[in-house]
Design a protein around this ligand. Structure first.
Ligand code: ATP
Length: 497
């Protein structure tokens, strides 16, 4: 083998090793989530339901903490953003006006041998990743550019030809025996009331945004809000995703955290940049390094947008979208005005003018953020010393997001130690989530707290009876120090606010 060939083999093997490692890490996170009460497959006793998951005792706390953090940053800490909570069911015309009935579909292609169905852009993008990893970056870039231009024209024949010319194969069957490309609508429908006719067919909302648009004037008038202002909402959304794999990354029932910011027409460029920057700062405030994020500008814009980008995070499965920022123009309000025959314009007293506001949207998936935080926090640490093999799995959550903030552990179950520990529990439990445990050795209890990401553990021992001090153990450094009981609350509270 020539040195050049050897180099290529080396690059390929290194890439394969990294991929395998990352895949292993992703699988380890999934198993860990199940083993420690974070996330379970839905209705698991019936073998689960594809792409639907349930959050367990720690997962639901983590999810709620992330949601609260978003809500606080996007409403309470802003001068001009208020929150609402609209219903999941909406009048069916909503989805005609929003364009979802006609446009909410993805081009899909089936492999005729394996019967596996792919989203066309995902199939081509993963092939481009392989090319790039094999040192063929120019070829990968050209492929993506061709794909984007064909998608922009909805040229399905051209896209199929592109897949065939590049000999892209099915990852299951390994063949290139492809069907034609077709569009699939992603909305779930159901019946309202008992009469099963077409008039009563409604949809489970595929995004939370429309609940904000239809309430735009209700909120503006009752809140006496002046443009620019925003309306935020968190809640469930439903999409009949065709390719639903990758754990909670792509689910059929998921949760969004969205904010629609209403602005004067013509100011959308500056507000779009403002929200791009503000949202990236929010992600960095979670303690994640900037190298783990990138912006991905959309070339093929959705039917409602005049500019759009994604904030992508580097998951163990690669860089993928966590949040979308979209300049939605006046598309939604204008259409709702037309379909409902109700005026949805705003009177700008400064300009002395009526207009339909433009909108910048920030839309982040709560479940994807949970996955991002888990991916970032999960670590397997080798703690072996020369005479002892040892390791631990630890979730290094930012303390404010951790499901449990403080573990309270009496060293033994007797001699008055549980009583003191319970007094500490009574003092702290109203302030933040605590966990009390008497069973097993302290070492084992610490490891269990590491595995669920509890940032602080305090141990009550015999010395506590004499001097009212406890040992506090810090999760990440594993350092232990002696502190007075009276300062426990303050130490924890300082870290979680
Ligand atoms: P994708 O391209 O990954 O399908 P999208 O561009 O369709 O996502 P948006 O419609 O912009 O997503 O939705 C906003 C956010 O909602 C996304 O950034 C993502 O975090 C989240 N989201 C969308 N679809 C899902 C899903 N099926 N499961 C979990 N989260 C989702």
């Amino acid at each position: 083998m020539s040195p050049k060939e050897l180099r290529s083999v080396f690059i390929l093997l290194t890439f394969a090793a990294i991929m395998a490692n990352d895949h292993v890490k992703f699988q380890a996170i999934i198993s860990h989530c199940k083993e420690y009460g974070f996330i379970f497959p839905s209705s698991e006793i019936y073998d689960g339901l594809s792409a639907v998951y349930d959050y367990g005792q720690y997962g639901s706390e983590l999810k709620k903490n992330i949601q609260d953090y978003w809500w606080k940053s996007m409403t309470q800490l802003q001068d001009n953003i208020v929150g609402i909570d609209a219903a999941i069911f909406m009048h069916p015309t909503t989805w005609k006006a929003s364009g979802h009935v006609d446009n909410f579909s993805d081009p899909m292609i089936d492999n005729k041998d394996s019967q596996k169905r792919y989203r066309v852009d995902h199939l081509i993008e993963s092939f481009a990743d392989e090319l790039e990893a094999a040192g063929k970056k120019d070829q990968a870039d050209a492929l993506i550019a061709s794909m984007e231009s064909l998608l922009a024209k909805s040229d399905f024949e051209g896209l199929k030809k592109l897949i065939e010319e590049n000999k892209i194969r099915c990852s299951v069957g390994g063949t290139s025996n492809w069907s034609d490309i077709r569009q699939f609508n992603l909305m779930f429908s159901t019946q309202l009331g008992s009469v099963s006719d077409e008039a009563s067919e409604i949809y489970l909302r595929p995004e939370t945004a429309q609940g904000i648009f239809v309430n735009f004037l209700n909120v503006q008038k009752t809140g006496r809000l002046k443009i620019p202002f925003g309306i935020a909402q968190t809640g469930k959304a439903f999409r009949n995703e065709i390719v639903a794999r990758q754990f909670i990354f792509r689910m059929r029932e998921f949760e969004q955290m969205e904010m629609q910011f209403f602005i004067r027409p013509g100011t959308q460029k500056e507000w779009y940049e403002h929200w791009k920057e503000t949202r990236m700062k929010w992600h960095l405030s979670l303690g994640i390094s900037s190298g783990k994020f990138r912006f991905h500008d959309h070339v093929k814009l959705a039917h409602y947008a005049d500019a759009a980008c994604d904030i992508e995070y580097e998951f163990p499965i690669g860089f993928k979208e966590v949040e979308g920022i979209h300049s939605r123009t006046d598309f939604d309000l204008k259409n709702h005005q037309e379909y409902s025959n109700k005026k949805l314009s705003y009177f700008d007293t400064e300009l002395n003018q009526h207009y339909i506001p433009y909108v910048i949207e920030t839309s982040i998936g709560l479940d994807r953020t949970v996955l991002m935080i888990l991916s970032e926090a999960y670590e397997e640490e080798d703690l072996s010393t020369t005479d002892k093999k040892d390791s631990r799995v630890v979730l290094k959550f930012p303390p404010r997001l951790a499901p449990v903030k403080l573990a309270i552990l009496p060293l033994v179950k007797k001699d008055g130690l549980p009583e003191i520990a319970k007094e500490i529990l009574a003092d702290c439990r109203g302030k933040f989530r605590c966990f009390y445990e008497e069973k097993d050795t302290i070492g084992k209890r610490y490891r269990r707290m590491d595995a669920i990401g509890t940032p602080f553990s305090v141990t009550v021992d015999y010395q506590t009876r004499d001097d009212q001090t406890v040992t506090i153990r810090h999760r990440d450094s594993m350092l232990q120090e002696r502190i007075p009981i009276r300062s426990i609350r303050e130490i924890v509270e300082k870290q979680i606010l």
